[in-house]
Design a protein around this ligand. Structure first.
Ligand code: ASP
Ligand code: MG
Length: 435
């Protein structure tokens, strides 16, 4: 008997028929002799619909009220799923994030988990129930509902898996796992059989939308084995762990993943792309020590998530420099406001705002000791006539900022240049509106 945490995304529970299908899968897992804890997202596009309604009523809806609203989406799916499972003869109980013991800080809309006390969940599964937990939410010290940020149900699932010492956390979605590129964009993308935590972290951090970044961070920290797979098929998905899976997982994880021990990892694992960023250039800053520190202190004050940074010396203005930074579009207005406020102290000339930017990243553990990778990467962009604006790298990643309207071309060109196309049939996207 194993303890399995299963997370079902919004497209897997879009309507009552889907809920019934998911319930059958859960019942089958139980009948195979396992304990099951389920985490669900809101049905279909519910979260987006709730956000739209709130915006109609209040352009600056208070963050606390937004979180109470958005947490309702997962409450609907958790209770309906619980009923669907009971109807199939297996006892099930649904719990909110607070009831499941998920404690967070008070940052509404992007709360971080600070403690897990899932005693109640442990108890009900011991008593033979399936426990269903509402994803993406917790409770803060003031006993208010908080949400974990868009896509946060993955994090709920991995945090529960870690706290309950589950054998595996299965993330069910509408594609057969992770691919060498987004199969919606590159139909010939190849399914990835296994990845390590670091590669997965780089893919998630750089725009691969299939896993919430903090879920991967949790999985890495607590060594939770992840299996990302489709709820619409029985195919094995992508296995994410460090090194080979323990033998105790036989029967739960795909046999192929257990054989991986001596196989050298492929050099490249995949390409991620990100359309959510925009660029600010602070023009004409004094070129002297302390200026960057002051600039980034101002940006940090508004809690923006800075991604890429580049500094150029201004040829036109001796003694002056320009600093460009990229960040999620939603962080831009706050940063602009703060910088304008500090304009005379920082002594810059103006700020340029560029919305036509996209980022493409190549990720692979084998990059560490294969020096030809960058040459091939930049040649592919050059052959496609794509101009590079900013470059950033890690040990296992190269990213470039390019113009947004060439992003799709860049992904396709790099995918081809690294020979990542699948020889098999095209990747299947089973559901979802991609919203
Ligand atoms: N329902 C939330 C969202 O759409 C959380 C999730 O799906 O993981 O972002
Ligand atoms: Mg969702």
């Amino acid at each position: 008997m194993a303890l399995i945490v299963q997370k079902y995304g919004g497209s897997s529970v879009a309507d009552t028929q889907s809920l019934q299908r998911v319930a059958r899968r859960i019942v089958q897992t139980r009948q195979a002799g396992h304990q099951v804890v389920v985490v669900v997202s809101a049905m279909g596009d519910t979260t987006d619909d709730l956000i739209d309604m709130a915006a109609e009523l209040n352009a600056h809806a208070p963050a606390r009220e937004m979180d109470i609203l958005l947490s309702a989406g997962e409450r609907i799916s958790m209770s309906l799923l619980s009923m669907a499972i009971s109807a199939q003869g297996v006892p099930a109980m649904a719990f909110t994030g607070a009831q499941a013991g998920i404690r967070t800080d008070a940052k509404y809309g992007k709360a971080q988990i600070v403690g897990m006390v899932p005693e109640r969940i442990a108890r009900v599964i011991r008593d033979n129930n399936v426990a269903i937990v509402a994803g993406f939410q917790g409770v803060n010290d003031a006993e208010d509902v908080t949400t974990l940020g868009r896509g946060g149900s993955d994090t709920t699932a991995v945090a529960l898996a870690a706290a309950l010492h589950a054998d595996v956390c299965e993330i069910y979605t509408d594609v057969d796992g992770l691919f060498t590129a987004d199969p919606r964009l590159v139909p010939t993308a190849r399914a990835l059989h296994s990845l390590d935590y670091e590669e997965t972290l780089e893919l998630a951090a750089n725009g691969a939308k299939i896993l919430h970044l903090r879920a991967v961070e949790f999985a890495r920290r607590y060594r939770v084995p992840l299996h990302v797979r489709s709820s619409f098929s029985d195919k094995d998905g992508t296995w994410i762990a460090q090194g080979p899976a323990p033998k105790s997982l036989r029967g739960i994880v795909p046999a192929k993943a257990l054989e991986e021990e001596n196989v050298e990892a492929p050099i490249i694992s995949g390409i991620a792309h990100d359309r959510s960023q925009e660029k600010l250039t602070v023009v004409g800053l004094p070129d002297r020590p302390g200026v960057a520190a002051d600039l980034f202190a101002a940006v940090a004050k508004v809690g923006a998530n800075i991604d890429m940074i580049v500094q150029n010396i201004s040829e036109a203005r001796p003694g002056r420099a320009n600093i460009s930074i990229t960040m999620p579009a939603e962080d831009i207005p706050g940063v602009m406001e703060e910088l304008q406020h500090e304009k005379s102290a920082l002594d810059f000339i103006r700020i340029d705002h560029d919305t036509n930017v996209g980022k493409v990243s190549l990720v692979g553990a084998g990059m560490r000791n294969n020096p030809g990778i960058s040459a091939c990467f930049f040649q592919a962009l050059s052959d496609a006539g794509i101009n590079v604006d900013i470059i950033s790298t890690s040990e296992v990643r190269i990213s470039v900022l390019i113009s947004l309207d060439r992003l799709d071309d860049a992904v396709l060109a790099i995918h081809k240049a690294f020979d990542l196309d699948s020889e098999e049939t095209e990747a299947v996207v089973y559901g979802g509106t991609g919203r």
